[in-house]
Structure formats: structure tokens, C-alpha cells
Design a protein around this ligand. Sequence first.
Ligand code: AMP
Ligand code: GLY
Length: 426
Amino acid sequence: MKVLVIGGGGREHAIVWKLSQSKSVDKIYCCPGNAGIAELAECINVSQDNFQALLDFVKYEWIDLTIVGPEDPLSKGIVDLFENDGRRILGPSRAAAQLESSKVFSKDLMRAHGIPTAEYKVFTSYLHAEEYIRFKGTPVVIKADGLAAGKGVYIANTTDEAMQALKLIMKDRIFGDAGNRVLIEQCLQGEEASFMAFTDGTTIVPMVSSQDHKRVFDDDLGLNTGGMGAYSPAPVITEELEHIVLEKVMKPTIRALKSEGITYKGILYAGLMIDNGIPSVLEFNCRLGDPETQPVLSRLDTDLMEIATAITDGRLSDIDIKWKKDPAVCVVISSQGYPGQYRQGDVITGLDEANRVEGVQVFHAGTAFRDNSIVTSGGRVLGVTATGPDIAAARDKAYEAIAKIHFEGMHYRKDIAGRALNRKPG
Ligand code: AMP
Ligand code: GLY
């Protein structure tokens, strides 16, 4: 079979890598891809936003399945267009993707259906929002309603910080229309974890758990990023908690959407805050997490193509999804300056040596070819991922591989998976 993967980050490299191991996949295309993906797939030169051109390509090349990596095409309705044309595509429809593309939609759905989440209020008026913050006090969380590339959330510890965030979203409109509505939320405490599941709209199969590291510097300091590293499993998600999340969050969410006439199909990702064994939903994403996908798919034993087609064909209950026991750790290497303005075009060396370290897979994110070299072309550049008999061993392998890689201004956190390792039992 032929597959098209949409996207060009570390998540998509991991998807392409896993598909390349499938017995039923003969050919992989990727749009736009990156230098690492290009070793396994044919990267095509079609705009990721031109859905009609992508559909024409799929028809012309007789592609059997399209897998969408990022949220943007999903929220703009790529799945609706492809399905209306009778094409297999993995991901939720535009209506279902509102779970990620509108925080108001997602919070209202959770509230209406009793899914645990922080208390909140929605505002379209700056003055009313300001008044509410003064009434509620701090700490408080201020969020833009729409997609803001992970940057639309402010945790304000003082009233000044809260007002500043409100002004940026509502008056300065730094996220444009995504800031037409703001949510003001209760600030939750606890430990975060990522919980992803496959679903065909009826059956829900959880993936192994994972944990992201959002801040740019060690000890969770500095700005929020797309994610600087991840590991799987996340010890905070015990077997008992997995059951609770499935019963209290994942199943009720799919049912709630169904009751509103929306079938959710693809990947459902719940970002959770866990406080004393009780989960609350911070956000939903309608796709695989990046970088969580890199360690999670590294642990997948079942053929990804088999899972993907079972989802699109509505027969997920027929297959048995298996995972490897060995944990995995992914350490992201970013460009100098990320998540602000970052360097680009620096030559990367040592990739082959790093990939030769036992148990290591270097996933590319922002990389490109220039002359005969691989150069940096994005904020997050590589996701060095390793598996091992335990988290400490996997982490050591990842850092051993990183020591072989070099580019000007490279940055990575030295404490990925530290939380799992320093965890007190119980
Ligand atoms: P979101 O995009 O909604 O997941 O928010 C991004 C990050 O902001 C989360 O991963 C949390 O670290 C933090 N966050 C979001 N909502 C809350 C909340 N209600 N309480 C505490 N932290 C939050
Ligand atoms: N790593 C968080 C996300 O993919 O949204």
C-alpha cells in the first residue's frame, strides 16, 4: 500500500519510520518532510495548506491512506474534504478537531458532560474579564480561545501579570482572531502527563503513557516550548489511573461528541494534571503529541499501518495493539534562540555516529539539505530517542548519542526524564 504523511517534524519522522517497518507499506510520501524523513519517504513539493492539490496528488498516485500529523490541517477540514471524496485519511473531522482548535468548545463540552477540568469563565469583553480577575485573585490562568501554536496560555501569579496577559490577547491581539474570546481558569496544581489513545469513534485503545517537558531550560525554567523532551511510560499514570482516565475522560468525551452528532476518529490526546491520583483535563489535542510520539511509537510493537487502517475502516476492536516493555526517552536538540527567534542554516555533524549507538534513533524535526550537508532549518532540530531496559539506561543512551552530534548554538535540556528517576515510590 501507499501512504502519504502530512507534516515535517519529529512526530512525522517517527510516524514515517514506524510505517517503513510495516509489511504492507510499499511506498511512503511526505509533505513537506525533512532531511531525515527523506531517507525513508519521497518528500513532495506541494503546499501543506493546499488540500485540493494534496487530494489530486493522492488520486493521481493511487495513495491508499493519508495520515495527518499537525493540528492545523485538521482544524481547517482536510479530513472532511478527503472523506467526501471517498479517501482514507487518519484524523478527526473539522467539527471533531474543535476539541483542540477552540478551547471554549472543549471546556463547554467537558462542563456539560461532567468531564473533570479546571473551573473557568469565558469573556469577549476586556472590562468584564478584568473585573473577574480582580474578583477571583491569583494565581489564575488566562487562555486565548483559538490555536496559538501552544503559546496562548499564561499562568499569572500576580494581578499585574494577569492584566498584562489579558492586554496581549484582547487589546494587542497578538494571536489575532484566536483571541476574540478568552478563558479565565482556575490554576491547578499537580503533575502533568500526556494520555493518547487511538479511536475509531466507538472503540478506544489507550497508548502507553508519556510525559513532556515544556519549558526550554533545565528544572522547568524559561519559556514554554512545543516540548523539549519526553519519556514513556510516565510513572504517575499507574494502571489504576489509566483505568480512571479511560472511564472518566476518554470514553465520556467520545460519547459527549457523539451526542452532539460528531464522530471522533483518529488520535485523541488528553493533557492531564494529576493531583493526588485525581486527573483533570488541561487541554485536548486532536493528534499525536510532539515529542511524545517519538518515545511512544518507539515502544509500539504492532504494525502502525494495521492500526491506521483499522481506525479509518471502523474496526479497531478487531485488532490487538501490543507495546514493548522497555521504556524510551527522547531528548530534543533545539536551535539557539528557540522558542524565540532562532539561528538557522547551521551544518549538523555526527548524525550517523549518533544513530549507531545501540537502541538509538535520531528523529529529525527542523532539518534540511544544503549542498552535501544536513543543516538546521527550524526551532526544534532533532529528537534523539533511545530505548533501554529502564528509564535511566534509555536516558544515558540518548545523552551518549547527543555527545556525538554538533551544530553551532545547539541547545538541549540535561534533565529529561529526571522527574521519573527522582520519583519517590507511591
Ligand atoms: P494548554 O495548551 O491548555 O495545555 O496549556 C499549556 C500549559 O499551561 C499546560 O501544559 C500547563 O502546563 C499549563 N496550564 C494550562 N491550564 C492550566 C491550569 N488550569 N492550571 C495550571 N496550569 C495550566
Ligand atoms: N508536546 C505537546 C503537544 O504536542 O502539544
